[in-house]
Write a protein that binds this ligand. Structure first.
Ligand code: 16G
Ligand code: MG
Length: 549
């Protein structure tokens, strides 16, 4: 069988690539101004169909979202049959297809791809897709559907939903009717799975206090609204920032990214959060969560991805011990260079910790190497993975005592509660609340597991960020030559100082992270390294940001 060249040509001509633009499948797929993505999404649909054929007709996912980015942006990413992210080699194919200048070039690229990756075109192609609440979503969904028609793939529209629900659907569809069935392949099935597990885990615990959930005026609100009534007896939730129809509201002064980046409460949350109360913020596609509370003096305290990792990993380790599986089930942690040094120290004293490059896919793959892999980025992306073997062990171990039986039941319920396909703000929220309910921790008690080192993140605009190359999980620069030595020299002058520089995978900037024992020193170190990077990259002295030292 060959490609339906004529049909593809007809459709592709309606979705021509803007000649002045080039696109890249980055850390989280293609992401840019929504109005420029028509050709990209059309082509991604064709690629997803080919990927499905490559996987023998198993269903591939496509998610249209730009997460925490501004409302006018949009993006698209591909999900593999098990619900994880697109294999790295195919990211290159995606970039190539997206940049083919003409329809004829596109056809040629497709033919090369089919040959090079040995795709059997006679196989079926199945794609499930969804989008977030952005105004550019419907038009891009139409572009995607044209792509599926062009190659003759069958599509299932999952509608407007969160990124983690889409990942869940992909895995559920592909495991339907098997002994590894992941769940019922619908939003209801997802909610049912999470809430049933949650209720089992908190049975016999006192109900949790009211939790504020900031939905960033995004799609998370839709799912949270359905979740809230099911669990209100055990976990009362108050939703804020759920305006899905107000133009420009998405992610505006709200959401996980706002909180983590500005290290303060969204103004809308500040109005209602009371001293001692907990709240959390989702991002625009609900795959990321940040917690916080106000201490007794009314000061804002951040409970980020590192704190979530510390809290949940300790709980899982405790359960594994109670279940008598300490020697057979290996729990490990995966972090990135952005993890606060204090969190790494805390975790390393208890568990194996691995550091990998930024981006969910890197953490996810590293976490798969443990029996139970807990991974979180400081920015709130993360989840816990349980190997198939481990889940089997939890289910089949014969308990020798009631305490052991309970621990085993709890572990099984955790494997149901946690969305193991990808980081999931709502699933992570329930996980956190389970641990807090068991420990009867307040926000302050959770916070006191370790004390964060003060840190500062700085963006540097440079002419060419590709000149910055890193090694050692992005903790050291190999290029520009000599710069790392200068950074090392600076870092050595600060108590508990640490700093690294990496090119962003989502924005045209270089990022600088610094931490030190005291706030003023962390800031100073960040601004010194920022200045070094700016000068080294040949930045215009007249435009040098004035905070750089
Ligand atoms: C994307 C990644 C996130 C990473 C961030 C880094 C996913 C789903 N998201 O948002 O994990 O932390 O990029 O951005 O992988 P940066 O490269 O611009 O610093
Ligand atoms: Mg997101």
């Amino acid at each position: 069988m060959t490609l339906p060249v004529e049909t593809i040509t007809q459709y592709a001509d309606k979705h021509a690539k803007p000649s002045e633009l080039s696109f890249q499948y980055g850390t989280a797929g293609f992401r840019t101004l929504g109005s420029t993505l028509d050709s990209v999404v059309f082509r991604v649909a064709i690629l997803a169909a080919l990927r499905s054929k490559k996987h023998d007709g198993r269903t591939i996912g496509v998610m249209i979202t730009a997460s925490h980015n501004p409302e006018e942006d949009n993006g698209v990413k591909i999900v593999e049959p098990r619900g994880d992210m697109l294999e790295a080699a195919w990211e290159v194919h995606a970039t190539n297809l997206a940049n083919a200048p003409t329809t004829a070039d596109l056809i040629a690229s497709l033919e090369t791809l089919v040959q090079a990756t040995k795709i059997d075109l006679s196989k079926p192609a199945n794609v499930v897709y969804a989008s977030d609440t952005r105004p550019s979503g419907p038009a891009l969904v139409a572009s995607l559907e044209d792509g599926l028609r062009a190659i003759g793939a069958s599509g299932r529209n999952a509608g407007i939903t969160t990124t983690p629900v889409l990942h869940y659907l992909v895995r559920s569809i592909n495991t339907k009717g098997t002994e590894d069935s992941y769940g019922v392949d619908s939003e209801e099935g997802y909610l049912e799975k999470l809430t049933t597990a949650y209720k089992k885990l908190v049975a016999n615990r006192p109900p949790s206090p009211l939790l504020l959930v900031d939905c960033a005026n995004g799609v998370g609100a839709l799912i949270a609204r359905k979740l809230a009534p099911i669990i209100q007896d055990v976990l009362p939730i108050r939703l804020i920032n759920e305006s899905l129809d107000t133009p420009g509201a998405l992610n505006k002064n709200s959401g996980a990214d706002f909180v983590k980046t500005s290290q303060k409460l969204p103004p809308s949350v500040a109005e209602v959060l009371r001293s001692g109360q907990r709240g959390c913020s989702l991002d625009g596609d609900a795959d990321r969560i940040i917690y916080y509370y106000l201490d007794e003096r009314g000061s804002f305290r951040l409970l980020d991805g590192d704190k979530i990792a510390a809290l949940t990993a300790a709980f899982i380790v405790e359960l594994v011990k109670l279940a008598g599986l300490e020697s057979s089930v290996r729990v490990g942690i995966v972090q990135t260079a952005y993890a606060n040094g204090a969190s790494t120290k805390y975790l390393q004293e208890r568990l194996p910790v691995k550091c990998v490059a930024t981006g969910v896919k890197h953490l996810h793959h590293a976490a798969e190497h443990y029996d139970v892999g807990v991974y979180f980025e400081a920015n709130g992306h993360g989840t816990v993975l349980f190997s198939d073997e481990t889940v089997k062990t939890f289910k089949t171990t014969e308990p020798q005592s009631p305490a052991q039986a309970t621990a085993l039941e709890h572990l099984v319920s955790l494997t149901q509660l946690i969305n193991q396909t990808v980081g999931d703000a709502l699933s992570d929220m329930l996980l956190v609340e389970v641990v807090l309910a068991h420990k009867t921790y307040t926000g302050a008690e959770w916070d006191s597991l370790y004390v964060d080192l003060p840190n500062r993140l700085v963006k540097v605009s440079v002419a060419d960020r590709t000149a910055f190359k890193t090694e050692d999980a992005e903790r050291r620069l190999t290029s520009p030559a000599g710069l790392q030595g200068k950074i090392d020299e600076l870092v050595n002058r600060y108590q508990s100082g640490r700093s690294f520089v990496r090119p962003s995978g989502t924005e045209d900037v270089v990022r600088v992270y610094a931490e030190a024992a005291i706030r003023g020193q962390a800031d100073e170190l960040a601004y010194r390294v920022g200045g070094l990077v700016y000068d080294e990259a040949g930045g215009d002295p007249a435009k040098r940001p004035k905070e750089f030292l």
